[in-house]
Write a protein that binds this ligand. Structure first.
Ligand code: UD1
Ligand code: UDP
Length: 362
């Protein structure tokens, strides 16, 4: 069997790494196709280096653009590669434009699709990610759902249960493998002059927040209030979309320490030692939950309700007072909640399933 792993953004590189390592360990025939959706060194290449991933066989260098242009360019280019290479299975992960283009290109060529992290739902169709994940799920043949919650979401949409495999989330594999490495990777806390459990870590990059001046300003105000009331540094590694929008809107981040995005090992150090994480990221909500670090999500909904159910996370939206109220509630918790995302064998389970499970015909 020949596999093609299609990826293009920071979280896909991180969360596909356990699958790629397992394909490699079993000496299976696979290639990586990188769309080039992310391309800056600190959003792309640094993750290949830190995670020890082989170079992509193809890099389409699609780059940035409006959703239609970016997805359309990827679709055209991916189709060309898949027509030439004719793999048996295309693997995609998550909910980005890369995922939609990869799944759609494969579906139209009759190539089987495995969707890693299938079945997540925010039920908010204004988010580009929700549209991408729903469409990718509905054209996939192997749906690797992280939890029972995601399996039920898929069943409720009429997806055949024989296609759904509950395997956990590869994020756990990535954390277990890299947490130890992170501790031996220099000390980003020293570099930033931070002490364990005496700072808050922030990531904000989602379109619905940073492309909206009012929402982004409100978040900023909430973070400033936390800095004042908690008396600890608030550190924010800034995604390039957010950096661009800060400049466009002329926003000032007094009280919040802006730094460039950091590599995965440095981020794991920052995350696992934080007093509190405030984020609109999907992956960061999961990682904080797994590390036992309290999380406040700067969104009105989440497709990761498991983190709310175990008590690891609260939805604050973007009103400053609500952000501060949720932050106070969360820092009073001691962690100790269960990890709902699996035991760190998700990459192995996915490859095992692909090798052993007969291809399902509708
Ligand atoms: C994308 C995903 C989002 C995911 C995020 C992970 C979609 C619709 N969105 O959002 O779900 O959470 O990746 O980080 O696929 N830019 C750079 N360098 C880069 C990449 C982007 O400077 O390497 C800048 C460009 O100005 C670009 C902007 O960031 O226009 C947005 O990039 P894009 O890939 O379109 O979306 P993300 O916001 O990264
Ligand atoms: N991350 C990182 N460096 C940073 C910020 C985040 O390595 O400066 C990692 C983080 O550990 C997580 C992933 O990036 O694994 C999350 O990606 P992002 O927030 O960009 O996307 P999302 O998960 O929201 O799709």
């Amino acid at each position: 069997m020949r596999f093609f792993v299609v990826l293009g953004t920071r979280p896909e590189i991180i969360k596909m790494s356990p699958v790629i390592h397992e394909l490699e360990r079993r000496k299976l025939d696979y290639s990586i196709l990188h769309t080039g959706q992310h391309y800056s060194y600190n959003m792309d290449k640094v993750f290949f280096d830190v995670l020890g991933l082989p170079d992509a066989a193809y890099n389409l260098d699609v780059g940035s653009g409006s959703h239609g242009k970016q997805t359309g360019r990827m679709l055209i280019e991916i189709e060309g590669v898949l027509e030439k290479e004719r793999p048996d299975v295309v693997l995609v992960q998550g909910d980005t434009n890369t995922v939609l283009a990869g799944a759609l290109a494969a579906a139209k060529l009759g190539i089987k699709i495995g969707h890693v992290e299938a079945g997540l739902r925010s039920y908010d169709r204004t988010m580009p990610e929700e549209v991408n994940r729903v469409l990718a799920d509905h054209c996939s043949d192997y749906l690797f759902a992280p939890t029972e919650v995601s399996r039920k979401n898929l069943l409720a949409e009429g997806i055949n249960e024989k296609k759904i495999f509950v395997v956990g989330n590869t994020v756990v594999d990535a954390l277990l493998k890299n947490r130890g490495l992170a501790m031996g990777n220099g000390n980003v806390l020293d570099l930033l002059d931070l002490s364990p459990k005496e700072y808050c870590l922030v990531t904000v990059h989602r379109q619905e927040n940073v492309d909206n001046k009012e929402r982004f300003s409100n978040i900023l105000q909430g973070l400033r209030q936390i800095w004042r009331e908690f008396g600890v540094p608030v550190v924010y590694p800034v995604h390039p979309r957010s950096r661009k929008q800060m400049e466009t809107f002329g926003l000032h981040f007094d009280g919040v320490r802006l730094v460039d995005p950091v590599d995965f090992l440095s981020f794991l150090q920052l995350e696992s030692n934080a007093k509190l994480v405030l984020t609109d990221s999907g992956g960061v909500q999961e990682e904080a939950c797994i590390f036992g670090v309290p999380c406040v999500t700067l969104r009105d909904n989440t497709e990761r309700p498991e983190t709310l159910e175990v008590g690891a996370n609260m939805l604050a939206g973007t009103y400053p007072d609500k952000i501060v109220e949720c932050a106070k509630t969360m820092v009073s918790k001691n962690g100790g909640w269960p990890n709902p995302f699996g035991d760190g064998t998700t990459g192995q389970q996915i490859v095992e399933t692909l090798c052993n499970f007969p291809l399902f015909e509708d």
